[in-house]
Write a protein that binds this ligand. Structure first.
Ligand code: KG4
Ligand code: ZN
Length: 354
């Protein structure tokens, strides 16, 4: 039995978890900063690292209390060291180092993307053994910062088949939500706004990029902007001093928010599903896994399962967005392979998976 205390502070969630044998969740504490960053409409890096400093002590303590685990029961300390915001990562890495050094425990550095991938190992219905995974597997990691198609040949053996050339899928959701002023964070806000909308109302582009497994979402974002601009400029007409005489503009209240959101969401999902299916077929994978914040999207989960004739596995909703349980799961397999870090472990803001 191996108990790992895992810490995650790469972005805007301060998180700690106690994970046993890479799949049993004893605790999974997440202190979200969403309410703080909402007022900026996005993540403010300096504010994020300050909040991590304020929260980390309590979050780690809560994770241990919830898991009924004492310092002496731990076998290792794991922490995300990249990719992410340097100032945020530093807080987690220094906290983990301090704990590991004081308790004389092995320190394990985990790649945040590898963590997302391992959120699929936590979905254990059988509490006596980890969910069995078949290799090769294909994982689509879709988060606020990344869109990557990863071929997994075995634990720790990854090949990136494709990645985004511009915006990440989550970033596209966030930017379009801001354009349409539907809420923050953008993914869940667009999903909500799209309810009852017609996904075929607007013919938004789907970037094919030839035979490549790469993605591009910037053209789609611009296409949405063009539609939204037909309505938003007119708002100025109703504000004295901002008179805009462009007669081509339409009243803001007539903007078909649900149709635009639904058409945008469908365009993103179409591209993600078709590229994932093509890669799954070309590499004849045994299973397809989804991971990352955007994998919480219901349309994406459903279309992926309907469109791919191989087992498609999705993490539980609460484990799609950033958390430390997934870091503890990935760390277990790292520890099994003898990969521990030295005291010189440093943050790498642009760390890659391969
Ligand atoms: O994995 P994550 O929590 O953080 C990163 O590592 O980036 O992902 C956050 C991203 C945000 O862009 C958010 O808008 C998106 O995931 N997201 C969603 C949904 N829930 C979160 N996107 C689409 N539909 C959702 N339901
Ligand atoms: Zn993430």
């Amino acid at each position: 039995m191996t108990k790992i205390l895992a810490i995650e502070t790469s972005c805007d969630e301060t998180a700690a978890a106690v994970i046993e044998d890479g799949f049993r969740i004893h605790s999974n504490v997440v202190a979200s900063q969403i309410d703080i960053h909402r007022r900026y409409g996005g993540i403010f890096p300096e504010v994020a690292s300050r909040q991590h400093i304020l929260a980390i002590g309590t979050v780690v303590q809560d994770a241990l209390i919830e898991a009924r685990t004492g310092w002496n029961d731990l076998d290792a300390v794991a922490v995300t060291y990249g990719p992410g915001l340097a100032g945020s990562l530093l807080v987690g890495v220094n906290a983990a180092k301090g704990i590991a050094m004081a308790r004389e425990l092995p320190l394990i550095g985990v790649n945040h993307l590898e963590g997302h991938l391992y959120s699929n190992w936590l979905d254990a219905t059988d509490k006596n053994r980890p969910p069995r995974k078949k290799f090769p597997a294909l994982c689509l990691i879709v988060s606020g910062g990344h869109t990557e198609l990863v071929l997994i040949r075995n634990h720790g053996n990854y090949q990136i088949l494709g990645r985004t050339r511009d915006d990440a899928a989550g970033e596209a959701f966030d930017k379009v939500a801001r354009l349409m002023d539907v809420g923050y964070p953008g993914g869940p806000a667009i999903e909500e706004a799209a309810k009852g909308g017609n996904p075929a109302a607007h013919k938004f582009p789907r970037a094919k990029l030839g035979d490549s497994f790469d993605f591009s979402f910037s053209g789609l974002k611009t296409a949405v902007l063009r539609v939204v601009q037909k309505y938003t400029k007119v708002d100025k007409l109703h504000h004295p001093g901002n008179l805009n005489k462009d007669s081509a503009q339409l009243p803001l209240r007539t903007m078909p928010v649900a149709d635009i959101a639904a058409s945008f969401q469908m365009a993103v999902v179409d591209v993600l599903v078709s590229k994932t299916k093509a890669a799954a077929d070309e590499y004849d994978v045994a299973e397809v896994l989804l991971a990352g914040g955007v994998s919480a999207n219901t349309l994406l989960r459903n279309k992926m399962m309907a469109g791919i004739d191989r087992p498609v596995l999705v993490p539980p909703l609460s484990l799609c967005t950033d958390n430390a349980a997934m870091i503890g799961a990935a760390a277990y397999w790292r520890l099994q392979a003898g990969h521990t870090a030295g005291w010189d472990l440093d943050v790498i803001a642009n760390l890659r998976l391969e």
